[in-house]
Design a protein around this ligand. Structure first.
Ligand SMILES: C[S@@+](CC[C@H](N)C(=O)[O-])C[C@H]1O[C@@H](n2cnc3c(N)ncnc32)[C@H](O)[C@@H]1O
Length: 369
């Protein structure tokens, strides 16, 4: 098995390393999970940067794992590469004997290996059997979806997962065509989609089949259901100070990520209590302000990065969180007092400009976009 190192540029690599470093660079052994190992570009850089880090790499694609194994051979004594869907992370960690982790990276979507493979059917630009399974050892293929789903189900998949305006028309064209002959090739499907879209609309938004292929891939691989389970499960496994970084490539993935993080960064206690009740404080803080986008240089060097959205978070120390709430409350009282006649003034020496833990004036917290 040859290495595919040269064909793949890891997306936002420097930023991912920077975000993970405080968690993985702590003294003693640290544990990092690469939930979407792929060709192991991110994983290799993490292992190089952190000699005391053990890597657990998951991928549902056996071909990707085989390439990753070659690439990471020199780190053999501190890697575990596992054929698993990322929502199986808790079971994998149990089996390997790691109760908790310090870092986790999700770099979602397909790898360049999958997109470029002439026989896997992910790409509308080249003819191949309509497979699209990331794990070719199990599950239904895109051919089965296209040839068996009823019109409403097909249209829903295209509309929801592909955000395709012409979902109904495309579904109708697919059904007409399959009554004539089974649809088995990516080129035939791409052509059908192109014919279903009105000519003026074909001229905007990239290749007309792009959204349909994305939708089918998400459906075939049950991508969003796995992500919805995997993100909270991975967050639960992080130690205090442990960090998660997620790279999403379309709005549905990013929305699930934003929701999973939002659930952890807000207090669940009553707003007017000066202290957090035990167990009600935020358990994470955001490390990204909204969703971070790639810079121009990154996109120029790596077109795959064009649609990336990065979000990251760190697990908080519960004691510090309780304290943080108290500090915030003191700050609010100070501000209130300053606005009351005869009390507190700019001469008081207190600067209400940055409330501890409020995120004001910091670039580490964000409300999300
Ligand atoms: C974008 S690539 C990762 C590239 C990797 N970061 C690198 O630097 O080479 C995404 C990988 O995640 C895998 N993948 C996607 N969904 C998965 C899931 N639910 N469980 C496990 N692996 C998954 C794909 O098979 C693919 O190899």
């Amino acid at each position: 098995m040859g290495e595919l190192r040269g064909t793949h540029v890891p997306v936002l690599l420097e930023r991912c390393l920077e975000l993970l470093a405080p968690a993985l660079g702590r003294t003693g052994r640290t544990v990092h999970v690469d939930a979407t190992l792929g060709l192991a570009g991110h994983a290799e850089a993490v292992l190089e940067a952190h000699p005391n880090t053990v890597l657990i790499g998951l991928d549902r694609d056996t071909e990707a794992l085989a390439h990753a194994r070659v690439r990471l051979a020199r780190f053999a004594d501190r890697i575990h590469l596992e054929h698993a869907v990322y929502d199986e992370l808790p079971e994998v960690l149990d089996r390997l004997g790691y109760p908790a982790i310090d870092g986790v990276l999700f770099d979602l979507g397909v790898s360049s290996l999958q997109l470029d493979a002439p026989d896997r059917g992910f790409a509308y630009a080249q003819d191949a059997p309509l497979d699209m399974r990331m794990d070719q050892t199990r599950g239904v293929t895109a051919e089965e979806v296209v040839n068996t789903y009823a019109h409403p189900d097909l249209a829903r998949v295209l509309r929801v997962y592909g955000e395709e305006k012409f979902a109904g028309r495309i579904a109708s064209a697919i059904i007409r065509e399959r009554e004539r002959a089974r649809i088995t090739s990516s080129a035939r499907l791409a052509e059908l989609v192109r014919e279903s879209i009105p000519a003026p609309a074909r001229r905007t938004g990239g290749h007309p089949a792009k959204r349909t292929f994305q939708a089918l891939r998400i459906e075939v691989n049950r991508e969003l259901a796995a992500l919805e389970t995997a993100l909270p499960a991975a967050l639960d496994k992080l130690t205090v100070g442990g960090r998660m970084v997620v790279l999403s490539y379309h709005s549905l993935e990013d929305r699930l990520t934003k929701q999973a993080l939002a659930d952890r960064v807000r207090s669940k206690g009553p707003v007017d209590l000066p202290v957090e009740l035990p167990g009600s404080g935020p358990t994470f803080r955001l490390l990204s302000r909204g969703a971070e986008l790639p810079g121009e240089a990154e996109v120029a060097a790596n077109p795959r990065a064009a649609s990336v959205r990065l979000r990251a978070a760190e697990r908080l120390d519960p004691e510090a969180t309780r304290q943080g709430r108290t500090d915030r409350e003191r700050y609010r009282r100070r501000v209130k007092a300053m606005h009351q006649p005869g009390t507190g003034s700019p001469g008081s020496g207190e600067d209400p400009g940055s409330a501890p833990g409020d995120g004001n004036g910091t670039d580490e917290e964000g409300e999300g976009t």
